[in-house]
Design a protein around this ligand. Structure first.
Ligand SMILES: Cc1cc2nc3c(=O)[nH]c(=O)nc-3n(C[C@H](O)[C@H](O)[C@H](O)COP(=O)(O)OP(=O)(O)OC[C@H]3O[C@@H](n4cnc5c(N)ncnc54)[C@H](O)[C@@H]3O)c2cc1C
Ligand SMILES: *[C@@H]1O[C@H](CO)[C@@H](O)[C@H](O)[C@H]1NC(C)=O
Ligand SMILES: *[C@@H]1O[C@H](CO)[C@@H](O)[C@H](O)[C@H]1NC(C)=O
Ligand SMILES: *[C@@H]1O[C@H](CO)[C@@H](O)[C@H](O)[C@H]1NC(C)=O
Ligand SMILES: *[C@@H]1O[C@H](CO)[C@@H](O)[C@H](O)[C@H]1NC(C)=O
Ligand SMILES: *[C@@H]1O[C@H](CO)[C@@H](O)[C@H](O)[C@H]1NC(C)=O
Ligand SMILES: *[C@@H]1O[C@H](CO)[C@@H](O)[C@H](O)[C@H]1NC(C)=O
Ligand SMILES: *[C@@H]1O[C@H](CO)[C@@H](O)[C@H](O)[C@H]1NC(C)=O
Ligand SMILES: *[C@@H]1O[C@H](CO)[C@@H](O)[C@H](O)[C@H]1NC(C)=O
Length: 523
């Protein structure tokens, strides 16, 4: 089945479900609400479609216009989670009334899986649960699921200039989804992923029971650190271990056009970047500007510029890093630099602000590269990119600490042996099915074109760069173990089997289910 007919088929299912509900229990919304009220003696956290705030609350954490259309299925209710008991009541009442739960923290899921479903569903919206308590005495922080990474960086800086946490670059990512899917950022080569630095968690399971690391047990605690939280329960908070950074770090951005031998420098980068001193992280970001490829080399060094320049010029002279490309700043300011704020921006910009509605449609994908792409290949990649202006990529170097952590230490399996992770990001502004099909096709064709350069058997993918195409040979239906193993082995490799065991233990009835969830072994 071609992609277009696959899309039509999925659309038909979605429409028939939302309009006719032919295959599913009708949503027992009234009973759900009554049940919720019985548990908590109040229903004021439950927002139903009749409420004037329903649409703005639903849209508040939708970041991709693909999932903000009239035909996008809508929840029977949104629960604004202000305490753990709201989660417990939602889980118990949804379960007893045959309503699915979708869990949303930052809402950045590339496929909207945290707020769209093709069966009747409620959203547990975690964003109001956003306390961050930093304790530099113990070196730990307590972080609720709805906190954003920007907020975490800000609160750390209120207490200390020499503590940090390894997590993502986009400041509005939610701790709930971002950490449970792995979580990486520019401290990865020094300290690993977010999940490599988490020491406790609180979670509500399918029975509505509130658990911590001790009561959930080490298997479940292992699974939610990279296996995707939403297969196992609703994570309400994490305890994270802060990491040391120097009082000042050095950042830089160097741009190379193809005319200035971007191809040669990128070729060299593949060999150098994964072997660099682990205090140094250099990301490559190719984009199309006015029909030609410009490559940004964006770097961060956990040390002074005086050491950085000779270090880079010694092993990577092709970059021609100049002192004038570099800025020295406290680590917390560097998180704003990475998020593309101008140098000098006050750190209040890290805190969540009221956001504009999404203006673009987008499709993300990912790949792992284990052997350098030949120069000829890189040239062809630039050619493919310039077919449209609407793509950028991020190439993130591995190595350092990433290569030392065992692939089975957490469900995230992509450790030693990887040179870098590619993120593909195709975006467009035009409304309508013609543009939709053209750009979705472009994203998928690009991915096909990249096949010879990337990992195979399996072709690995990063869970946090959610891509519904991964392993979706037949249908987006995760109830069958066989179908689930198609994406499961790409996201988790050998860890998939253990994830299924954990799922079978903690949620044997598969209450927490979505298009790419881990199914229980019911056989
Ligand atoms: C602009 C942008 C930049 C990004 N940059 C990075 C990056 O630098 N590094 C990186 O690793 N990733 C990055 N990502 C990917 C990001 O980590 C994932 O999209 C992540 O899932 C987002 O988490 P969220 O809570 O914001 O999203 P949500 O959409 O709320 O959730 C994502 C998934 O997690 C589940 N989930 C959410 N909250 C909970 C919870 N409390 N308990 C259980 N399950 C939950 C959801 O149901 C869904 O399946 C980026 C994404 C975007 C859009
Ligand atoms: C909440 O409860 C009140 C009182 O029982 C009821 O009138 C109201 O309709 C309920 N609200 C919702 C959203 O169900
Ligand atoms: C909408 O929800 C808010 C918050 O719970 C509540 O105060 C308000 O009364 C609701 N309005 C309607 C019309 O249900
Ligand atoms: C791209 O082209 C436009 C219009 O010609 C021009 O204004 C702009 O400066 C160009 N951008 C770059 C980065 O060259
Ligand atoms: C670094 O940049 C400065 C200012 O642009 C320039 O004068 C100098 O020649 C450059 N140095 C090198 C080594 O390229
Ligand atoms: C760092 O943040 C502080 C506090 O907001 C701000 O005053 C300063 O200008 C920033 N420095 C840089 C180099 O961005
Ligand atoms: C994209 O469209 C082209 C031309 O219609 C078609 O040949 C190709 O198979 C499509 N690719 C994908 C991945 O759908
Ligand atoms: C999902 O798969 C199961 C088992 O293969 C099947 O019974 C069910 O109808 C499928 N559901 C959808 C929505 O395709
Ligand atoms: C959930 O409750 C059921 C029924 O009380 C019990 O059998 C099961 O063990 C519980 N599940 C978990 C994971 O505690």
């Amino acid at each position: 089945m071609g992609w277009f007919s696959f899309f039509l088929a999925s659309l038909t299912i979605v429409l028939s479900v939302s309009q006719a509900n032919s295959h599913y229990q009708p949503p027992n919304t009234k009973q759900f609400l009554a049940c919720f009220e019985t548990y908590l003696s109040s229903n004021e956290s439950v927002i139903t479609p009749g409420n004037a705030s329903y649409t703005s609350l639903l849209n508040l954490h939708i970041h991709n216009k693909r999932f903000k259309t009239q035909n996008t299925p809508k929840p029977v209710a949104i629960v604004l989670v202000r305490s753990e008991s709201h989660v417990q009541a939602t889980v118990r009442c949804a379960r007893s009334n045959g309503i699915q739960v979708r869990i949303r923290s930052g809402g950045h899921d590339y496929e909207g899986l945290s707020y769209v479903s093709d069966v009747p569903f409620v959203i547990v919206d975690m964003f109001p649960l956003s306390i961050v308590n930093v304790d530099v005495g113990t070196g730990n922080a307590y972080v609720q699921a709805g906190a954003t990474v920007g907020q975490i960086y800000y609160e750390i800086a209120q207490q200390s200039k020499v503590h940090a946490f390894p997590a993502g670059v986009c400041l509005s990512l939610g701790a709930g989804g971002h950490f449970s899917g792995g979580g990486y950022g520019n401290l990865m080569r020094k300290y690993g992923l977010s999940v490599d630095n988490i020491i406790d968690a609180n979670m509500v399971d399918a029975n509505g029971t509130f658990l911590n690391r001790k009561s959930m047990g080490e298997d479940v605690f292992w699974a939610i650190r990279g296996g995707g939280g939403a297969s196992f329960g609703v994570i309400t908070s994490w305890t994270i271990k802060l990491v040391p950074v120097p009082p000042q770090v050095t950042v830089f951005k160097v741009k190379k056009s193809v005319k200035a031998d971007a191809t040669g420098v990128v070729y060299r980068w593949q060999e150098v970047a994964p072997k660099l001193d682990r205090d140094l992280f250099i990301r490559v970001e190719p984009e199309v500007v006015n029909g030609t490829v410009i490559v940004s080399f964006i770097g961060q060094y956990l040390g002074p510029v005086e050491r950085l320049i000779p270090l880079v010029n010694g092993v990577f002279p092709e970059l021609a890093l100049n002192r004038s490309d570099c800025t020295v700043m406290p680590w917390v300011n560097s998180t704003l630099f990475w998020a593309d704020f101008p140098i000098g921006t006050p750190i209040q910009a890290l805190l969540p602000t009221s956001r504009e509605p999404p203006t673009i449609y987008s499709k993300g994908k990912s790949d792992y590269v284990k052997t350098p792409i030949p120069k000829e290949g890189i040239k062809k990649i630039w050619d493919f990119m310039t077919k449209y202006n609407n793509i950028w990529m991020q190439w993130n170097p591995y190595g350092g600490r990433m290569g030392e952590i065992s692939p089975s230490a957490t469900p995230f399996p992509h450790r030693a042996g990887n040179l870098f992770l590619i993120q593909y990001f195709v975006f467009w502004k035009e409304d309508g099915p013609e543009a939709y099909n053209r750009f979705m096709n472009y994203s998928r064709s690009f991915y096909e074109f990249m096949t010879p350069f990337v990992s195979r058997s399996p072709r690995e993918a990063f869970l946090n760069y959610r891509d519904i195409d991964v392993g979706a040979k037949h249908a987006s239906n995760s109830t069958s173990l066989k179908d689930a193993s198609l994406y499961g082995t790409k996201f988790f490799k050998e860890n998939f089997d253990r994830l299924v065991k954990v799922k079978t233990m903690i949620d044997p009835d598969n209450f927490f289910t979505y298009e790419q969830s881990i199914p229980p072994n019911s056989g």
